[in-house]
Design a protein around this ligand. Structure first.
Ligand code: CA
Length: 237
């Protein structure tokens, strides 16, 4: 085995050295000299002009390439952005309520759909302001509810052991309740627990279900951490 390996190495070296030392090298200059001799009438004055032309063509090519690359990358970015919006966010369904309706009504993925609105029920807890900010970041607002049907739908999706912030507060503590979407507060369309609101120091409202009671509203201090419900209008495509 060792003699074979040694032989292989020696042979390789012999080949390479033989290639380098072959009688080809003397032939190369011959070819070169013959090339020079074949173009004896080439006008030397044209050479700088050709070089300048070549340089200009190269510069033009690079400029065109850079412009093309920039436009192409911009197009790719736009396409990617459109894909992200349409694919990752929306779940759509055809409304059969009106025969002439051909539109798709859409809610963001993992949101609940009811009538004309979409609802997001959080599983993490925050204070009232951060809860509203969280809704705003998703182009929605804390729940504004005016009908029992809507509230009943929401309640079906809630955990009885948790409380949920809604979009109602009285920042001044004087009973001037305000909805976050500026809807006028209608005292006859409310769902307060019996005895609530009960404290001028409690400015924010939760929806909860105390034991042995049904779901309803309670005013609490705004720094308490609770889950929350966001609401937005459906998107029609
Ligand atoms: Ca209270």
């Amino acid at each position: 085995m060792t003699s074979e390996i040694t032989y292989a190495e020696v042979r390789f070296k012999n080949e390479s050295t033989s290639l380098g030392t072959k009688s080809e090298s003397p032939a190369a200059p011959k070819e070169k000299t013959s090339l020079h001799k074949s173009n004896p009438g080439f006008p030397k004055a044209l050479l700088p002009s050709l070089l300048i032309l070549l340089l200009l063509l190269t510069i033009s090519f690079f400029i065109a390439f850079i412009i093309f690359f920039q436009k192409y990358s911009q197009l790719l970015k736009e396409k990617k952005a459109i894909k992200e919006v349409t694919h990752t966010e929306l779940e759509c369904m055809k409304e059969n309520l009106t025969m002439k309706e051909k539109d798709w009504s859409c809610c963001p993925k993992n949101w609940k759909s009811f009538n004309l609105s979409c609802y997001f029920i959080s599983t993490d807890v925050k204070n009232w302001t951060k809860s509203e900010n969280n809704c705003s970041a998703m182009r929605s607002h804390l729940l504004v509810t005016k009908t029992k049907a809507e509230q009943d739908f929401i309640i079906e999706n809630l955990d009885e052991n948790r409380a949920y912030y809604v979009g109602l507060s009285d920042p001044e503590g004087n009973g001037a309740w305000q909805w976050v979407d500026q809807t006028p507060y209608n005292a006859s369309a409310t769902f307060w627990h019996p005895g609530e609101p009960n404290n001028p120091l409690e400015h924010c409202v939760i929806l909860n279900k105390p034991s042995r009671r049904s779901w309803g509203w309670n005013d609490v201090t705004c720094e308490q951490h609770h889950r929350s419900i966001c609401k937005m209008m459906k998107i029609y495509l």
